[in-house]
Design a protein around this ligand. Structure first.
Ligand code: HEM
Length: 416
């Protein structure tokens, strides 16, 4: 018996967020279901899918009824073998995105210090320097902007911020790709086995890293947390710091790599808007917000009910798993004028829910916006004439939440 049979609610048999056409372009499906069955149960993912802006906002604003604890759990059941491997050496516990109050409130308070406007501003010259180095290295001709810029920049920034050595970047990125598939995708039993092994390695890496910083604190965010722990062990434990390093080392780059690739793609597709940005850099921030509304990098996020609720007129039992289709909310015609049009000149983009809302509002929003802004400013200055390679095929990692093209090919002009 599916969980939905315990309540009366529309059931959508054909909704599969891992199906090829949905991965290639989820927006037609999102807009169809939002109009026809705004809240429905999907047996494929065993979740209640919520599509309207107002319903999603009400979930974000009610953490007492909608727990975040499900946020990092595998969507699909793991094999016994994978579960056994994970149990043997992977001990992550909730600290941020999958944590509820009061623990979440205490831990987030200390993390906020690291992401304050002042701390983020201090990072700006470093983002400029790294982004300039990457853009300067591009040769005229055909180039993949993901591997050249949007992949290395956020990874370098967040790993340096945490304190991870630069040399470990590719290994960490690989493990993060594994983690995405493990928790938000549908890996085969064979893949699960390999990934489970890497999750254990990734976890040990974080443990050893924090143990080292506990002995030899340096000038990085992890060491700041270690100092807070030393002053008051009740404030944040070393085990919680391991979890924070593990969490940030994922949240801080996949999201921004994908987002920056998405906005570059949309601007180049809407050529006249790219030309507007090149002519007036003040428009970059508007472009960033419209990109977050129209084509963000987290298209779905999860919650689980702590009590029976009625959402959008549908009864959901306690323990009901909820999939919030942020991509659908951000194109809801109840909130956005002409929502299916990409338009950097619109005045309602900023209402998007791309970073969530309420107590879990994205901690890295300012950093993500800053990195994307700097990349766009640099590209507009150095290569206003670059063009998107029209015949390219975009592919996307198969998972329910994180969306961005694996490659983004452009023709980079010769310097004038
Ligand atoms: C464009 C890029 C990004 C997008 C679209 C994005 C989106 C989100 C979303 C939707 C949430 C969940 C909100 C909720 O559950 O209510 C979230 C939470 C979070 N994000 Fe981001 N994010 C981005 C970049 C970043 C970066 C760069 C970092 C770190 C440097 C980061 C760190 C976090 C953390 C730690 C949380 C959990 C906060 C909490 O539970 O209190 N994110 N983000």
């Amino acid at each position: 018996m599916t969980s939905a049979e315990t309540a009366s609610c529309p059931v959508h048999q054909n909704f599969d967020p891992l199906e090829e056409t949905y991965l290639a372009d989820p927006y037609p499906t999102m807009s169809a279901v939002r109009a026809e069955v705004p809240v429905f149960y999907s047996p494929e993912v065993d979740m209640w899918v919520v599509t309207r802006y107002g319903d999603i906002e009400s979930v974000f604003k009610d953490p007492g009824s909608y727990s975040a604890s499900i946020g990092q759990r595998p969507v699909f059941p793991l094999t016994d073998e994978a579960r056994e491997i994970v149990r043997g050496g992977f001990h992550a516990t909730p600290v941020m995105s999958d944590c509820d109050p009061p623990r979440h409130t205490r831990i987030r308070k200390h993390n906020m210090k690291g992401f304050s406007a002042r701390r983020t501003a201090v990072l700006e010259p470093k983002v400029w320097a790294k982004a300039t180095e990457l853009v300067d290295a591009i040769e005229p001709g055909r180039v993949d902007l993901v591997s050249a810029v949007t992949y290395p920049l956020p990874a370098y920034m967040i790993f340096t911020f945490i304190g991870f050595p630069d040399a470990d970047m590719d290994m960490l990125k690989r493990w993060c790709g594994n983690r995405m598939l493990f928790s938000w995708g549908r890996p085969s039993p064979e893949e699960q086995k390999d990934i489970a092994g890497n999750m254990v390695r990734y976890w040990r890496y974080c443990e050893e890293f924090v143990a080292d910083r506990a002995k030899n604190p340096r000038d990085d965010f992890t060491s700041d947390l270690v100092r807070i722990h030393r002053d008051d062990p009740e404030a944040v434990s070393l085990e919680e710091i391991v979890n924070v390093a593990y969490g940030l080392s994922f949240a801080g780059h996949e999201t921004t790599t994908n987002y920056t690739s998405n906005i570059i793609r949309r601007l180049l597709t809407h050529r006249s808007q790219w030309e507007d940005v090149c002519a007036d850099r003040e428009l970059v921030t508007d472009a960033i917000e419209e990109g977050l509304r129209y084509d963000s990098s987290i298209i779905a996020w999860r919650r689980i009910t702590t009590r029976p609720v009625t959402l959008g007129g549908v009864d959901i039992p306690e323990g009901g798993k909820i999939m919030l289709l942020l991509g659908a909310a951000n194109r809801d015609p109840e909130v956005f004028h002409a929502p299916e049009s990409f338009d950097i000149h619109r005045d309602d983009s900023r209402s998007h829910l791309a970073f969530g809302k309420g107590i879990h509002f994205c901690l890295g929003a300012a950093l993500a916006r800053m990195e994307a802004r700097i990349v766009l400013e640099l590209l507009a200055e150095r290569a206003p004439g670059m063009t998107l390679v029209e015949e390219q095929e975009y592919t996307f990692p198969a998972n329910i939440s994180f969306r961005g093209p694996r490659r983004l090919l452009v023709d980079w002009p010769a310097a004038t």
